[in-house]
Design a binder for this molecule. Sequence first.
Ligand code: AMP
Ligand code: ZN
Length: 114
Amino acid sequence: MAAECIFCRIVAGAIPAERVYEDDALIAIRDINPQAPTHLLLIPRRHIGSLADLTPADRDLGGALLLAARALADRLELVRGFRLVANSGSEGGQTVPHLHLHLLGGRPMRWPPG
Ligand code: AMP
Ligand code: ZN
């Protein structure tokens, strides 16, 4: 755990968050500043800085994140669709340097994103 990392602290339970799912690899919480009626963050338990830091050894984790997103979209009945986002790096709009996927749904999404 990176002691100064807010998502490591949430994973450890040191900062409260509304958990909607967890397993050995990851947790899913509600975003504190939701950008859609449903806005979850899927956060690996292990500290990985961003998608740019993922390696071939993380293949199972990558699969677990995608499958958890798909299962949560199903459970939350996002039947009309949803969007999965991984902001990576400063130009990618990443503000928390611990890998996470945004799962957004419940309203029509526009393209391209800003
Ligand atoms: P990003 O800009 O892609 O790095 O996304 C970081 C996200 O984390 C933003 O959508 C924030 O609203 C969210 N966030 C930051 N702090 C918290 C927190 N304590 N609990 C839940 N979500 C948070
Ligand atoms: Zn971290």
